[in-house]
Design a protein around this ligand. Sequence first.
Ligand code: ME8
Length: 640
Amino acid sequence: MTEKKFCITTPIYYVNDVPHIGHAYTTIAADVVARFKRLEGYQVFFLTGTDEHGQKVQEAAQKLNVTPQQHVDKLHQRFKELWVKFDISNSDFIRTTEERHKTLVCSILQTLFDKDEIYRDSYEGWYCTPCERFWTEKDLQDGNCPECRRKVEKIKEHNYFFRMGKYQDWLLEKIKSDPHFILPVSRRNEVLGFLENPLEDLCISRPKSRLPWGIPLPFDEDYVTYVWFDALINYISIHGSLDDIRASGYWPADHNMVGKDILTTHAVYWSTMLKAIGLEPPKNIFAHGWWTVNGQKMSKSLHNVVEPNQLADQFGVDVIRYFLLREVPFGSDGDFSHKALIGRLNSDLANNLGNLLNRTVNMIKKYFDGTLPEPATTGEEDNALQNTAREVIDEVRKLYDELAFNKILQKIWELVDTTNQYIDKTGPWNLAKTDEGKERLKTVMYNAAESLRVLGVLLFPFMPKSCASLMLQLGVDKTIEEQGMKSLENWGNLTSGTKTQKAKQLFPRIEDKQAVKILAELETKNDDKKDESGQITIEDFMKVDLRTGKILEAEKVKKSKKLIQLKVDIGTETRQILAGIAESYEPESLIGRTVIIVANLKPAKLMGIESQGMVLAANNDGTILLAGFDDEPGQGIQVR
Ligand code: ME8
């Protein structure tokens, strides 16, 4: 029997960005699909990674005085660590600076160059440095980059070009004839619109003199590869040569999952590159929507980045995984709100699902001493519950084809609600009162538990840890992966007689008071983040009490090369201040001089002597120059 194989990928993220919920969103979504397909019995290859070449990395490394390689070796870890924290089950993690990747990029470049699919030409265009992209005159918006709206510069240089334009008709035909190729439909139409204009060839090189940090072209050492041409190849470079890729069974990928921002590069550049190489395009490119915060794009400079690490610590990994996929349809944009997150946690997770598990396990404990009873008779209510479960399972399977995560979760919650209603209608607390009722109660408790098992399997891709805990509470010793979707084909997989465990709250509720506190704290944290930019408000500045003071006495501090002990008259009092200026000033020369001091600095001891302030000075490569005035002001005058 041949194995069923399935391949899903996320974009590889720019290593320079702080990972935020946008990155987590795509990766969690891909993880959910990968986990679901494994439950369906597929052998899954799930790939994510980091994009490590290009101008931005080079510039960031320069600023830090490290090599680009040292920089990316450090920074890519932030993504790796985050994915471990978020229970991402990726099969591999590709970095574009790895040899295995560079080898395939070079081999593809050489093959395309030999086949004349790549040629050299001179080029004049408008270049956007942050986006690392050339634009034509007509692409520009108000003279700026149409993507990031920043300034562009006109550049003329020799470069290498991929004959992308010649694949325009093929690509149009492919998109039109295969409705599953680009989804959702609205995005597919955008790509078709883009292809109404002539498709130009793609500049795939950058002169090394301008940008050395990239993969050198194998046929011209004066150039490196354009970062997108390099990055897109990540989806296949993990498998080795083109023959290895074909033999792996993981290409074409079932889903190249991306955000809408990078759909064109995938639908147009990537598909035509594959065509030229002689590989199939992915079966599907799905472009999901964009998360904003208060209607604005998340960005470091706006201080509005929602950090997944912080969120996970505050609310729990599974709550975030659930919220991101439940709140907004996958193809649509969404605005992130902590309030909405708390709302979902309290209602869907704590009140509905968590409470269902809690009361079921507690009642099995109370009425059957924690042993799962054998179901007896089956009545109308039991059949209705089983029918709902069957219908939900069938529908969920179908909805995965559309990656309609929010509908999948809505559907699963129909079973949560139906099971809660089943308990309310059958009323175990009343049944427990009579012998006849107790017989019926066995069936009710068994069915409630089996329904929870079904929910545990269905929800596992979304909330793996919580569902594993749910299974343990129900006393199931098989892992969810072992049970698989197959275990949902017949009702009644739970084994009567097994011991359930002590009920544990899966999702503790956040009470109103606590919610107010959390939201206020988050706001303060965001304010603190603003300080990281280095800017302070005028109020912050006013807190520093700067005053003029006249030096009355000055002497060197024994055993110190740098320190001079000063007595400074600041108008209201005389302060003892230590200043690290001995290498630039003789003590006697200081007497009578007016300086600026920080008068409200907390006193500190240096070499056992208390210093009651600080003198302002500039350090010019080791030469200290005291700040002063053109003319002599009096003592104790405020400096602003
Ligand atoms: O574009 N909302 O990397 P990148 C939703 N290296 N998704 C978001 C998001 C947001 N606000 N912000 C980011 C690159 N994403 C290239 C990709 S692939 C060969 C090279 C997600 O770090 C979304 O998946 O800018 C988006 O497409 C991706 O991160 C961009 O990540």
